[in-house]
Design a protein around this ligand. Structure first.
Ligand SMILES: Nc1ncnc2c1ncn2[C@@H]1O[C@H](COP(=O)(O)OP(=O)(O)OP(=O)(O)O)[C@@H](O)[C@H]1O
Length: 238
């Protein structure tokens, strides 16, 4: 199975690319969605956030007030670290479970949609990294339109992130989202075709690890049994 890390800058078009990929019946693991699910009431991350930030970050219905929590950690790196330590381990665990499930069910290609792929060093765990790129001006225009935000606020959000030009330098593949959505669709379809492994290498990658594990397990067990027998023989000598 090939694991592809998909990332970009705010408003550069990651979600749009994800939707197009999903239309091709290729599985997408959405880190943002998982991050929202792991902080639902009753979950471990939710309890940790409550413990560290108190009930003032809760809505009346007990859910986390995300904008309020966002405002608390914005510009306070210590509090941001605390929040990350509450949430990230559970996000990673859930992502790992989903990756494992896709591998078990014989998927050839799986995308991980992670906005902070490079910042969180998750790029080390994927086969290929893809960055969705557009100019800062287009990012700005698209965010202002989508989120009904002022240009100043949008600029501030863009500047608070790792520059998109830096991500482009780190990427294996860059999708240029400067044109319309139809052009983007063509690029994504070509990308999926290019990245899908041929059946032979997919079969090898799927079958070899469990067979290797089973064989090594057999030998380890065999040696352990022989070792135990020798020990028993040694200590039971008169
Ligand atoms: N090629 C395009 N042409 C016109 N509009 C686009 C194009 N690509 C994306 N958009 C629009 O731009 C906005 C931002 O795109 P999208 O939500 O996919 O970005 P994103 O990278 O996921 O952003 P965020 O990081 O904020 O979640 C959306 O409203 C989307 O419909």
């Amino acid at each position: 199975m090939k694991l592809i890390g998909l990332t970009g800058g705010i408003g550069s078009g990651k979600s749009t690319v994800s939707r197009i990929i999903a239309e091709q019946n290729v599985p997408i693991i959405d880190a943002d969605l998982i991050a929202r699910q792991v902080v639902e009431p009753g979950r471990r991350a939710y309890k940790l956030i409550r413990k560290h930030f108190g009930d003032e970050v809760l809505n009346a219905d007990g859910t986390i007030d995300r904008p309020k929590l966002g405002a608390i950690i914005f510009g306070d790196s210590d509090k941001r670290k605390v929040l990350n330590s509450c949430v990230h381990p559970y996000v990673r665990l859930e992502m790992f479970k989903q990756v494992f499930w896709h591998w078990m069910t014989g998927k050839k290609l799986v995308f991980l949609d992670v906005p902070l792929l490079f910042e969180s060093k998750l790029d080390k765990f994927v086969n290929t990294t893809v960055v969705v790129f557009c100019s800062e001006l287009l990012q700005l225009q698209r965010i202002v339109k989508r989120d009904n935000m002022t240009e100043e606020a949008a600029t501030q959000r863009i500047r608070s992130q790792m520059p998109l030009s830096e991500k482009v330098k780190l990427a294996n593949i860059v999708l240029d989202n400067s044109s319309d959505v139809d052009q983007l669709k063509i690029q994504v379809k070509n990308l999926v075709r290019r990245l899908t492994p041929p059946v032979s290498s997919w079969l090898l990658g799927w079958i070899v690890p469990p067979v290797a594990l089973a064989i090594s397990g057999f030998f380890i067990k065999d040696y352990a049994t022989r070792g135990a027998r020798l020990l028993i023989a040694h200590y039971s000598r008169p």
